[in-house]
Design a binder for this molecule. Structure first.
Ligand code: ABN
Length: 172
């Protein structure tokens, strides 16, 4: 193992002769900053418990009531109204309260909890009305009924459209 010690010593001496302390610190700093950007990219998508098909789904799929995450939606799809499946159109505000459903994702065979937030502050979008009734109960069972204006708690309670945000994997 002597040769390894010698090799290490020679390399350390060479580095010490040819570079300044400042440049070594600079290189180390750059490597640390770069790794902070690169490392999270790998495990996060798999560990988050979120399905990854939203980025790959076509516009046609995302504007159709048949898309799996709309299984319990009641409202105009924001993806048809200038927003996306998960974001409100400009000029509208998401409702802080929402209706939730459990939807089966056929792409990975898992069930997800989906939160349906209404976007508020503009008149009804009137495009892509979806009125799913998965496990919905009649209106007199208020908390099990999705035909509700979730903008009711917003400053402007005018309903425009509905977003479908996956909260995470449903626990069975
Ligand atoms: N959650 C959408 C909605 C808004 C107003 C009335 C019924 C349903």
């Amino acid at each position: 193992m002597r040769w390894l010690d010698k090799l290490g010593e020679n390399v350390a001496r060479k580095v010490a002769h040819t570079s300044s302390r400042r440049s070594v610190l600079c290189t180390l700093g750059k490597a640390m900053v770069a790794s902070a950007f690169v490392m999270p990219v790998l495990p996060v998508a798999r560990a988050s418990g979120k399905p990854s098909d939203l980025e790959t789904a076509s516009d046609e799929a995302l504007t159709s009531c048949d898309y799996w995450r709309y299984c319990a939606v009641d409202g105009f799809l924001c993806s048809c109204c200038g927003g996306t499946a998960t974001t409100c159109p400009p000029g509208t505000t998401p409702s802080p309260i929402s209706w939730v459903g459990t939807c089966h994702n056929p792409n990975d065979g898992k069930d997800y909890l989906v939160s349906y937030h209404d976007c508020c502050g503009k008149t009804a979008c009137n495009r892509c009305l979806c009125s799913a009734q998965t496990r919905e109960r009649p209106g007199y069972e208020f908390f099990l009924h999705n035909d509700v204006n979730w903008c009711m708690a917003n400053e402007n309670s005018t309903f425009h459209c509905t977003t479908s945000v996956v909260v995470g994997l449903a626990k069975n």
